[in-house]
Design a protein around this ligand. Sequence first.
Ligand code: PHE
Length: 530
Amino acid sequence: MNNKRGSWGSNIGFMMAAVGSAVGLGNIWGFPYKMGKSGGFTFLIAYLCLAVAVGFVILLSELALGRRFGYGAFGAYNQLKNSRFKWIRWLAVLSPFLILSFYSVLGGHCIQYLSLNLAELSFGLQNHYGIILEGSTTFGAMLTKPLGCVVFTLMFLTLCYLINRSDVAKGIEKFNKIGMPALFFMLVIFIVRTLTMEGAVEGLKFMFVPGYAVEAGFISETPGFISVLGTAGGQMFFSLSLAMGIMITYGSYVHKEENLKKSSIIIVVSDTIVALMAGVAVIPAAVALAIASGMEYSEISLSGPKLLFVTLQDVFSDMGTLGPLFGVIFYMLVLLAAISSSISLIEVLIAFFLDSAHEKGHQSNRSKVAFWVCVVVMLEATLVAACGMGSNGIAPANLFSWTETGIYAQWNDCWLDFMDFISEGVAMPLGAMLMALMIGWELKPDFMLDEVNNGKEGGKFFNGFYTVCIKFIVPIVMASILAGMLKENLTPYNGGYSVTTICYVIAIAALIIGFIVAVKNGKKIEDSEK
Ligand code: PHE
């Protein structure tokens, strides 16, 4: 391995960093609601099956790929000289770059809400100034103040820069070794508070009891089996920070003797546990407030930015004296989760520049590279921050008048959705599908297993399991997630026409073409080796 790049100080430090990357906004605002809406415990079982057969397998492959070549995402793919899939290295840097554009804005919003609750705690805005800290009013006020959003995004990125500028052991690892236990501790405090609220049980039933979401009127109908699988797959995939080059990059700093299988299992399990805990912390609180204020269940926002910045702010405003204190703890917790994920994304971009320089025989200054990466990210994030989730008239739909052409769809709404569509909707599932086809059919699973098993034989059962998953299950699941994401983003709100079939055709065509290319080139790689 190339020592100049640095490596993790300890294996536990590496795992904290990987869990830190995985635990993010998705665990708090995505998983709990999706679980409740899609059948409670049954969803959890589907999620766990996919996490084992797909999530674990991709995670392990990415870590192994990084460690095998000792380079970050771009550099590692670059080493596969004869592969026809080398070009996916571009997807592996494009995705983190685009995701950062909105993740850092959301991180900025966390600081804004942290300050709001600090101000309430210090000055009693509600009682002394007669201001009502009502969730949707504060959220709307924040979004329509672009300058504020831009300034706080800058603050968030500055924090990330200060961590990323040191090498991984002193920066990312050190931050996560303190940040992750702190996050866990705050989550536990929050759970205790939530569970003592009147009506909390209703929230737990929503999350865990199959069918309760429809029965109690949270949603009008249960989604079908295929749609549940799609939801579980997409959530698992995003939540484990897969196909963003992160785990390849983190893997490149792992020592050769570490057991990657064990680490991957711990990462998957911890991420799922935190998602469940986050659900128990927030959903019952939101439902209890709805009961207390006589709201219909169907009216509560239980997911996405509205859960964080509208519903939960209402919970804190309604809690009395201790409300702002819990607000401070909560937004601090979310901020930690956002930072630990963002620094992993920034690390992919830093590694891209450092590795490229190294390949050319140069040595770059990490701190300088980190600075310029953050500056460029700030530029794209300014667009997302100023857009205010579509409030300020500069969304793609406004700029290009796409609404009038009849292709009005989700990604058109605001720059956040646009960036999310290209990264999470297209580049990531496509990248993961092609990576699996490459490992399964072109390079062959043994290539990866050798690294995974540290050069030893490895168990027969495990090797068989890995081979079946990477060759068949992962590509098929990823193609269906790709189809689902395309459909979700391209189907017009106003009915009009349905693009479902087209989306499935595109995804299946990509799967078949990828498969043929991998098999054909795989034969050539074998021949040239003989
Ligand atoms: N895994 C993170 C989450 O659950 C999401 C994430 C996305 C992290 C991109 C890093 C990069 O929110």
